[in-house]
Ligand binder design. Structure first.
Ligand code: HEM
Length: 575
């Protein structure tokens, strides 16, 4: 009889392998057959590991993958051991509006300056305190007072485009990112950044680069251990340094604005803003409501334009975002600490810049393919904007029926944030919501701690609400549309019901208590920029800008596969 001598470490290795294998097999069996989510439809490999969905996240195609799952498995799908997605109006209302579930940890990857801002504040209660700090800045009446700043920056961009050599092809993602930044900086701090002017001489504004880098930095930082990240940031490469420092660059920019603003407040040049109302509930899509009439066109009309030091308008006080935050008091009576003010401001710059630029770029690209829509838009714009150098005030823009329909359809098909908005089924029970037995999602009980979400990409493509969902059709938003449809395609319901149903499925800015804080500003910018561009230019896709290059990729926000949108702006022949 012979014995093979095995050392202790080898024995541990030999036993560890089958033990691990057994562990994974038992875990998989548990997740597939005995886990509380095991009855929820979905691919089996998604139920046993997050690896499958993670590969789609890394390939920047999570949205489309999930959309395909809805088509295969129905409106509720398990996409990871602890994650369930749905595409249903009732469930959407329940999760985001009725029960207002807290956000998931995913949002922590968007921290600015290592601090929370409204978007990353996970618990609902803490978030509503944070939201009160800034909500009054984005009301339609305050934004109407800030339209001169928006017009001024847009007018400068139009001048810049007029001065370009004929047939110049330019990346609108970059152009509109600089413009959005100019507008957000002007309306937040009363500061003229001049990002578009720098862009025009091919000197990219550092702040704009930092904002573009910020999400990439977040993804990289969460993917590598801290020591490895610190090591990467020591690599002596200028571009790498910029990427690593994007957070710092933004923080320094805002700190300087805080310093200047405090000095101005001290010198009493700025009226201290009235404290925000006690309710932090989101303003319901008020962009079509009446705005006070206001008009200003720098270098273009007789209306006076604001100077950096003008904080008062004829019809009342206007206030930028920063003084509001500096004056805001937490329920404890303390003023908002400076690092919170800085991270909040940074959060708004990050949230508003690329989203706005991507949306406008996709809208214009769609127009390069759809001359029929372009002509209808342009004839409406010609009528409302007789002088191509004077941007009408927002009240006028809001009354443009076809423009509004176009923007709604644009946000439906190309909303810049089409991805999952993750929430967590609460652990604790409350007076109103006993979730000890799980939250009922379309007949499935989800235990506390389950991550649950829906995505605009799919809600906006429900064929029972939006017939031919892939067709870009602004007319579907016009009250007269159904009457023009004949035969079996004609909708049976009344026009008001049809429009209301479509509106209720729309969530380009999210929905419920965490809806985009800057949506009113986004609506103003989209209108101002679209009319100014389309009144002054014919837009053409540059060679290479096609369906393939513009194919959607997503990483919370969406962007074209080519990471650019090259268009050519031809000055319009005066009519
Ligand atoms: C077309 C442009 C925009 C789109 C599509 C968009 C979309 C969104 C979405 C989907 C959310 C997150 C909702 C969630 O996590 O549940 C959000 C949050 C937010 N957005 Fe926007 N956004 C846009 C423009 C802007 C602008 C211009 C600003 C301000 C300058 C802004 C400021 C914010 C803020 C502060 C939040 C956090 C809200 C909170 O939790 O209180 N966004 N946005």
């Amino acid at each position: 009889m012979s014995f093979i001598a095995i050392s202790l470490p080898s024995l541990v290795v030999i036993l560890a392998f089958p033990a691990l294998l057994l562990f994974f097999v038992f875990r998989a069996i548990h997740l597939l057959f005995f886990h509380p989510l095991s009855t929820i439809p979905g691919p089996w490999y998604a139920a046993v590991s997050s690896l499958w969905i993670t590969t789609h996240v890394l390939r920047l195609e999570q949205c489309k993958t999930i959309h395909a799952l809805f088509q295969t498995y129905g409106p509720v799908v398990r996409i990871a051991p602890n994650k369930v997605v749905f595409c249903d109006f009732g469930a959407m209302k329940s999760v985001y509006s009725t029960w207002k579930f807290d956000k998931s940890d995913y949002y922590k990857s968007l921290l600015t300056n290592e601090n929370d801002h409204a978007m990353t504040t996970l618990p609902h209660a803490q978030h509503s305190i944070r939201r009160k700090a800034y909500a009054s800045h984005y009301t339609p009446s305050n934004l109407a007072k800030l339209q001169p700043e928006i017009n001024e920056a847009t007018g400068q961009m139009i001048d810049t485009l007029h001065n370009l050599p004929a047939h110049t092809s330019l990346d609108t993602l970059s152009l509109f990112r600089h413009l959005a930044l100019d507008i957000i900086v002007a309306s937040s701090y009363g500061f003229r950044l001049g990002a578009v002017s720098k862009w025009a001489v091919e000197a990219e504004e550092g702040l704009s680069v930092a904002i573009g880098d910020f999400p990439k930095r977040g993804i990289l930082r969460s993917a590598v251990p801290k020591w490895a990240w610190n090591w990467v940031c020591r690599i002596p490469n200028a571009r790498f340094k910029l990427l690593c420092d994007s957070d710092k660059i933004m923080a320094e920019f805002v700190s300087t604005r805080v310093y200047e603003m405090r000095a101005k407040l001290h010198a009493d040049k700025i009226p201290t803003p009235v404290p925000a109302p006690t309710i932090a509930a989101p303003t319901p899509l008020p962009f079509l409501s009446a705005f006070p009439s206001f008009s200003c066109s720098p270098s273009r009309s007789s209306s006076p334009c604001p100077s950096e030091d003008s904080f008062i308008t004829e019809d009342g006080e206007k206030s930028y975002l920063l003084p509001r935050l500096l004056a805001y008091k937490y329920p404890s009576g303390e003023t908002m600490p400076e690092n919170h003010v800085i991270s909040e401001c940074m959060g708004h710059m990050v949230a508003g810049t690329d989203t706005t630029s991507i949306s406008i770029s996709y809208f214009l690209w769609e127009l390069t393919r759809r001359r029929d829509i372009l002509h209808k838009l342009q004839s409406e714009i010609n009528a409302f904007m007789p002088d191509p150098s004077v941007i009408p005030d927002i009240k006028v823009l809001n009354s443009m029926e076809y423009l509004n329909a176009f923007i709604k359809e644009g946000l439906r098909v190309y909303g810049a944030a089409p991805s999952l908005l993750e929430r967590v089924v609460p652990v604790s029970t409350s007076k109103n919501f006993a979730c000890a037995e799980g939250f009922d999602l379309l007949g499935y009980a989800l235990p506390p701690g389950t991550i649950v979400a829906t995505q605009a990409w799919s809600m906006h493509r429900d064929p029972s609400v939006f017939p031919s969902p892939e067709t870009f059709l602004p007319e579907r938003w016009l009250p007269s549309y159904a009457a023009s449809q004949e035969g079996p395609c004609a909708p049976a319901e009344g026009e008001t019901a049809r429009l209301a149903r479509m509106a209720s499925y729309m969530m380009p800015f999210g929905t419920g208590s965490r809806i985009c804080g800057g949506l009113n500003l986004a609506h103003v910018i989209m209108r101002v920029v679209l009319v100014a561009v389309l009144r002054n230019f014919e837009v053409e896709a540059a060679p290479g800008t096609d369906e393939k290059s513009m194919d959607m990729r997503d990483s919370f926000v969406m962007f074209p596969a080519a990471m650019e949108c090259k268009l050519i702006f031809h000055p319009r022949v005066p009519t």
